[in-house]
Ligand binder design. Structure first.
Ligand code: HEC
Ligand code: HEC
Ligand code: HEC
Ligand code: HEC
Ligand code: HEC
Length: 476
């Protein structure tokens, strides 16, 4: 009797093989926005900090199976994007009226600075697709007044025969909350210009004025004119003694662009970027704004196993199988699972059935490979020791202290989604050994010392809201 559940599991696992003919080729479509938030001005008649300019990226993976590896493909594939419910920008900003004066660009209606429209093709690059400079506003067609900063785009991929092979719905975040005036700080945009008179030949009456025309900004690719300091330096330095609230200018008190898993655990802008003065002073010391930013593996954060690619930003880095970090984790400031549950998390929920990091091997591989996956994490390297248990505990870790690897023996008394994690002495998460639905039984799993430095750790077993812990010591 007690073996019957395993028989059932075996049948379910074997079902696809019993069922016969192989499935047609399947694809996984991953898409995301590069920054997590784009801001732009709404009214360009006086001054411009940033134009409407969103960037979407996409990777198409041909799914693998027991005999074939998944592969990231671009050949023969076309990808399109659109933003359902947001089909025009011309009644939502006066950007097009001033695009020529500000950027020297003669643009048709709803055409952005790179030629992209609100719905269009993505461009194929090596191993991915991209659409840069989408001129989106935060106003849907149905509400021209209230911002919806986290709209969903619809990305579609087609094979060479023009057949739809998959879709994805990334958030395409944009906000107009650049709050010089609405924050209550400046009385009007004109008053900002008036204060600036005579600096570097500045004339507050010749409008509109693009700040980055004189102040270098890598965001717009401008290199600056004359004495004007780098824009990010000028703005953060001159406001450092006036506010420490990043949302006074970055979107914003309503948008709250920072919504990722780390902010949900209490991290704020300054934990990663430092203070206003720090943002400015590091530029004076040689940091290039927009290009030299914090990274996952920086001191005090995650271990080097989880660092971005050398010399690159998170958004430019690739990990396991050539998949972009953002493909599995979401974009910077929106690392999943985020506060905007049904939106940022939609893609991974659609692919693997639950929110958070894309971690189910079978989404891409079609099965669970018996080898290390992303960040060398071993999937399901667990064995059933005894298929009966009425106890919930960590029975033993052997050997402990561990040199190279140890086995952790545990059992659960009730079925549920089981988490087995290793935390360091400060309570920081170090390793995820297991996150999967298990039936009651006694199990063993492997802890690989490769991922841990010397010290004292806690192994934490969690299921159905209950927790058991045991100390682990690493002594290499
Ligand atoms: C015509 C060129 C020009 C344009 C356009 C321009 N600036 Fe400046 N700005 C300068 C120069 C030059 C300085 C440096 C003055 C100095 O160091 O004495 C400066 C200084 C500043 C400072 C530092 C002032 C301080 O108190 O330290 C800020 C902030 C600033 N600009 C913001 C802006 C903003 C915002 C815009 C867009 C509305 C803008 N600038 C457009 C030339 C320009
Ligand atoms: C968990 C760390 C973390 C927190 C918290 C954080 N940032 Fe960032 N920020 C980053 C990283 C990492 C990058 C670089 C993105 C990349 O590498 O692609 C970045 C980049 C930026 C950029 C440059 C544009 C971009 O997105 O690349 C701006 C602007 C920015 N952050 C503002 C903020 C503001 C404002 C807050 C608070 C509301 C904040 N950040 C909170 C990590 C953080
Ligand atoms: C007074 C308005 C204002 C405040 C307050 C402000 N920022 Fe900014 N920030 C800006 C503007 C404007 C830019 C765009 C500069 C450009 O286009 O190059 C910017 C750009 C940035 C960037 C990207 C450029 C770079 O230097 O790498 C980062 C990061 C950033 N801000 C972080 C912060 C953080 C963190 C805070 C709060 C501690 C903050 N900012 C507060 C106005 C502000
Ligand atoms: C194929 C999917 C995939 C890709 C690509 C990927 N990761 Fe991960 N990442 C994971 C999984 C799975 C975990 C395990 C933890 C979890 O379940 O969230 C993880 C965990 C992490 C963690 C948290 C580690 C901790 O301390 O708990 C960081 C930081 C991280 N990844 C950074 C990156 C960076 C940087 C890149 C790109 C260089 C990247 N990841 C690429 C799947 C991926
Ligand atoms: C987002 C899609 C994706 C997910 C999720 C994913 N993989 Fe992969 N994996 C790939 C791709 C793409 C390759 C590259 C195949 C190639 O080399 O052509 C790959 C390669 C591999 C390889 C071959 C060696 C290597 O690292 O290149 C192994 C082993 C592997 N994956 C294991 C895993 C395991 C285990 C998991 C789950 C914990 C997993 N993968 C999750 C996409 C994925």
């Amino acid at each position: 009797m007690k073996n019957s559940k395993w028989l059932l599991v075996t049948i379910i696992i074997a079902l696809p093989f019993i069922m016969g003919p192989s499935e047609p080729v399947e694809y996984v479509i991953l898409s995301w926005n590069d920054l997590g938030m784009h801001c732009s001005n709404k009214d360009f008649s006086t001054m411009a900090v940033l134009p409407p300019y969103n960037n979407l990226l996409c990777q198409v993976i041909r799914k693998g199976d027991a005999s074939t590896m998944p592969v990231v493909i671009t050949d023969g594939i076309t990808v399109t994007y659109e933003v359902p419910g947001n089909t025009t920008s011309i009644n939502k900003t006066n950007f097009w009226q001033y695009a020529k004066a500000l950027f020297g660009a003669d643009l048709g209606e709803n055409v952005g600075l790179t030629g992209k429209k609100l719905s269009d093709y993505m461009d194929a690059r090596a191993g991915y697709f991209t659409a840069e400079g989408i001129p989106l506003t935060p106003y849907t067609d149905n509400d021209l007044v209230n911002e919806d900063p986290f709209q969903l785009a619809l990305v579609k991929a087609f094979d060479s025969g023009g057949n739809l092979i998959g879709t994805s719905t990334p958030v395409i975040p944009v906000s107009n909350e650049i709050n010089c005036v609405s924050s209550g700080c400046h009385s009007s945009e004109q008053s900002i210009l008036n204060r600036h008179e005579n600096e570097g030949g500045f004339n507050p009456n010749i409008k509109p004025i693009l700040c980055a025309k004189c102040h270098a900004s890598p965001a717009l690719g401008t290199t600056g004119i004359g004495e004007a300091p780098i824009f990010s330096y000028a703005i953060h330095k001159s406001h450092a003694d006036k506010t420490s609230d990043c949302y006074k200018c970055h979107p914003g008190p309503n948008t709250k662009c920072l919504r990722d898993v780390m902010s949900e655990k209490g991290l704020t802008c300054t934990d990663c970027h430092g203070s206003m003065s720090n943002v400015a002073n590091t530029i004076a010391q040689g940091r290039i704004p927009w290009l030299n930013e914090p990274s996952c593996g920086q001191t005090g954060c995650h271990s080097s196993e989880f660092e971005v690619n050398g010399g690159k930003l998170f958004r430019q880095s690739k990990g396991h199988g050539g998949v972009y970090c953002s493909g599995c984790h979401g974009e910077p400031h929106a690392i999943v699972p985020t506060r905007e549950g049904t939106r940022d998390n939609a893609q991974n929920v659609a692919l693997q059935g639950f929110e958070g990091t894309l971690k189910e091997c079978k989404v891409c591989h079609g099965f669970v490979p018996n080898a290390p996956g992303p960040h060398n994490i071993l999937p399901n390297k667990i064995k059933v020791i005894n298929d009966f248990s009425d106890k919930f505990y960590i029975k033993n870790i052997y050997p402990n202290p561990l040199k190279t690897s140890s086995t952790i023996y545990f059992s659960i008394a009730k079925a549920g989604n089981v988490h087995l994690d290793i935390y360091d002495a400060n309570g920081s998460h170090c390793l995820s050994l297991l996150n999967q639905y298990l039936l009651p039984a006694e199990y063993s799993a492997n802890i690989d010392a490769k991922f841990l430095t010397n010290g004292v750790y806690l192994s934490v077993l969690k299921v159905n809201g209950e927790t058991r812990t045991t100390k682990v010591i690493v002594e290499k």
